[in-house]
Design a protein around this ligand. Sequence first.
Ligand code: MG
Ligand code: MG
Length: 265
Amino acid sequence: MIFLKTEDEIELLRQSNLLVGKTLAEIAKIIKPGVTTKELDKVAEEFIRDNGAVPTFKGFPNPNGNPFPASVCTSVNEQVVHGIPGEVVLKDGDIVSVDCGTYMNGFCGDSAYTFCVGEVDEEVRRLLKVTKEALYIGIENAVQGKRLGDIGYAIQQHCEANNYGVVREFVGHGIGKEMHEDPQVPNYGKRGYGSLLKNGLCIAIEPMITLGDRHVVMERDGWTVRTKDRKCAAHFEHTIAVRAGKADILSSFQFIEEVLGEQAI
Ligand code: MG
Ligand code: MG
C-alpha cells in the first residue's frame, strides 16, 4: 500500500531528514584514520537523542531475529550496506558509508553518505563521485508523471556506462511513518515501467554501486552485506518527495559538505 503524503506530513519528514543530515555532519567532523566505527555510532546516537529524536536503526528487526544493535550502519570498503559499528579502526585510504535514520514527530529520516578516510585512491574516489552523481540523476527522474522504472533506469545507465556494478538485492523504499514503506525503489529498471509517480510520494533513493562485480554476500553477523569479489562499494542516499517538474530533496548533504570542504566528493 502506497501512502501519498500531505504538505504537513512532508514538512515533518523534512525535519526528521534534516536532522539526519546534521548527524552525518557531526560524523564528518570526526572521521579520520584511527577512529573506530563504534565511536562514530556513539556521536550519532548522542546527537540524535539530544535533538529530541530516536535513532530508528537501533533495535530494527531482521528476519534472522537479531535486531540491529546500533544507531548508524557503517560499511567499510567492500562492505556495501548494513555494516555494524564496532572495534574496527578506520585507516588511511578506507572509505566508509554511514547510513543514518531518525524518528521525530512521527516521521522517519533516512540518508547515507560515503566518506573518505585520509587519502583515498583516485579509482575509488571516482566510484564515490559517480555513485553520488547517479543518486542525483535518479532524483531528476523522480517527478510526477514518470514511473519508478525511470529512476532505476537512469541510475543503472549512469553506473554501468562507467563500468560499475549495480547491486540488485537491496533497494530504496517508500518512507513516512515507517522507515520502509511501499514501493520498493530499485537502482535498475526499465524506462516507462513500474508504478506511476504521483505528487506527494516520498521515497528514499539509494544507489549501492560496486567497483567490480555487482554480486554481494551476507556476512555471518546476519546484517553486513559485502561484495563477493571484495572490491569497494559506494552508497549515497536521499529521501525525496515527488513533485511536478522537480523533486523536493528532504534530506541534505549541505551540512556534511560544509564540514568536508574541498575534501567533499
Ligand atoms: Mg538509509
Ligand atoms: Mg534507506
